[in-house]
Design a protein around this ligand. Structure first.
Ligand code: ADP
Length: 497
């Protein structure tokens, strides 16, 4: 029987770049078995020994930056800066985790109860033996490798199932790891489609890290529920961008540039891309005119690339069609690029929108920004929260304290003030969403709690005063006395502030 293959298409030209196999369930299970076997000796290495591989890996990545960017571009059509951003991000993760995991080593002593003063408690972290990582097509190098790094450093083995649309960058990532001598089967990439991903979720992995649509995320969560496999889910977003009343001229100018950048960089294909903008009435004319002007200046290939998979073009077109049918105005773009062959879509600005429209409710994940005029800041916050997603939000204001108070009221995992998107590039910031944007946090020391499993260890420190603790069996009179007075003792020693 011929093995099923996937053709990888360059969306900029529609040329077939390569073909990769669709891995079967048996191949997935076999890879996970091999990962379990290899992991034991990987975990047995000291952190310092493992880190050596990542110093070499960062060097290898930097020496082969052009090759990596070429491969990313070949399967995504990204602009050079958008592709290079993925390389920068991965190097940032390596540096951050090499330093932070080492420094803290993720173990800490914990305070015991006053009546248990003869016990010492500590919290430690141990690697998940085998982690399955499933990734989408918008960051084909950054996600398969960047998300893998902290797990590998901790001593896990990782099996990645990259998107069927962009598997080549992940294959190259595996190849880079091989070149620096990371042992066999510690980092494996299995190409394939949704069924391959589903097989990985059902396999004997210990943890699943999923990045993708909320639709698939729900399926993955369901399956993980059946096997009680812990998982983190990084799902869609619909970033609202709020331009508040008290924004001064300087911040207003910055806001329009920031909106255009955060909506159209990477062709709007980041989970954190700005998709909807709320501007209070008094700034609306300026904001709409400037955003239109700046958007019209954007050049294909220089400033934006194509939409990566063709099905995504239909989603973008459908959102625009729905908005127009309900009274919206498309003031620029709205169609495929008239001169270029491939998935080139014109950067699109839509006005006169409302929350009955798909473009304000569903993730568009393309080069669009929809602008709604609101009467005041309250209304901006109301609409920002009137959405199933809660990954990220942007607030523009000239009063930082006020902006922080607004940020706290927005239902999102992260908010940037007078800036956008760039928080993703800071590995120390926990990353993740609320509502339909997912579960769990990645990155930062808080995210680290998910890259390893927590284990607490309690040590009985000294035998004093007895060779058995008072509450051990059989109970005697002293124990009875102890149980009687314990609640009071606790109240006496531990004051509630
Ligand atoms: P996107 O379209 O944003 O890539 P998807 O959620 O469709 O989002 O896909 C993300 C990743 O999930 C891809 O690697 C895809 O192959 C994989 N996938 C699709 N269906 C499933 C499934 N049922 N179980 C696990 N992974 C899946």
């Amino acid at each position: 029987m011929n093995k099923e293959v996937i053709s990888v298409i360059n969306p900029a030209t529609q040329a077939t770049v390569s073909k990769v196999p669709v891995c079967s369930k048996a191949e997935v299970d076999n890879a996970v078995d091999k990962a379990h076997k290899a992991q034991k000796s990987w975990e047995a290495l000291s952190f310092k020994e493992r880190i050596k591989y990542f110093e070499k890996l960062r060097k290898e990545i930097l020496q082969n930056q052009d090759e990596i960017i070429n491969v990313i571009q070949s399967e995504t059509g990204k602009t050079f800066p958008d592709a290079a951003t993925e390389v920068i991000s991965v190097c940032g993760f390596i540096a951050y985790y090499a330093k932070r995991l080492k420094e803290r080593n993720l173990s800490s002593s914990r305070q015991t109860q006053v009546i248990l003063a003869n016990k010492k408690a500590m919290s430690t972290h141990q690697p998940w033996p085998v982690v399955g990582i499933i990734t989408p097509w918008n960051l084909p190098f950054d996600l398969p490798l960047g998300e893998t790094i902290p797990y590998l450093m901790m001593g896990s083995a990782v099996v990645v199932k990259p998107s069927e649309y962009t598997p080549l960058s992940a294959i190259l990532a595996q190849n880079l790891c091989e070149r620096v001598g990371i042992p066999d089967n510690i980092f494996q990439v299995l190409t394939g489609n949704g069924e391959t991903g589903a097989a990985l979720v059902k396999s004997n992995v210990d943890y699943i890290s999923f990045t993708g649509s909320d639709k698939t995320g729900r399926i993955v969560a369901n399956q993980c529920g059946k096997t009680l496999t812990p998982c983190s889910l990084e799902l869609g977003g619909k970033t609202p961008f709020l331009i508040l009343e008290n924004v001064n001229k300087k911040h207003l100018e910055r806001a329009v540039h920031c909106a255009v950048w955060s909506a159209f960089t990477n062709t709007g294909q980041y989970c954190k891309s700005t998709e909807r903008l709320y501007v209070v009435e008094k700034h609306a004319d300026y904001v709409i005119d400037e955003i239109k002007k700046l958007t019209l200046e954007l050049q294909a290939k220089e400033d934006y690339g194509p939409i990566i998979p063709s099905f995504q073009i239909d989603i973008v077109l459908n959102h625009i069609k729905d908005a127009k049918a309900k009274g919206a105005q498309v003031i620029t773009g709205g169609t495929m690029h008239p001169e270029l062959k491939g998935h080139w879509f014109l950067p699109t600005v839509v006005t006169d929108v409302n929350h009955d429209m798909l473009i304000m409710q569903k993730e568009t994940f393309g080069p669009t920004i929809a602008i709604q005029i609101v009467k005041d800041d309250e209304e901006a916050v109301h609409y920002a929260n009137d959405c199933q997603y809660g990954l990220n939000a942007v607030v523009f204001s000239s009063n930082i304290d006020y902006a922080i108070s607004v940020a706290k009221r927005i239902e999102a995992g992260s908010v940037t003030i007078n800036d956008a998107l760039i928080n993703y590039m800071i590995p120390s910031i926990p990353y993740g969403g609320v509502k339909s944007s997912g579960w769990g946090r990645r990155h930062g020391m808080d995210g680290n709690l998910e890259i390893a499993r927590q284990k607490t260890i309690l040590i009985h420190r000294f035998p004093f005063p007895f060779n058995k603790d008072l509450w051990w069996l059989p109970h005697n009179k002293k124990a009875a006395l102890l149980f009687k007075h314990l609640p009071k003792l606790n109240r006496f020693f531990v004051k509630i502030p």
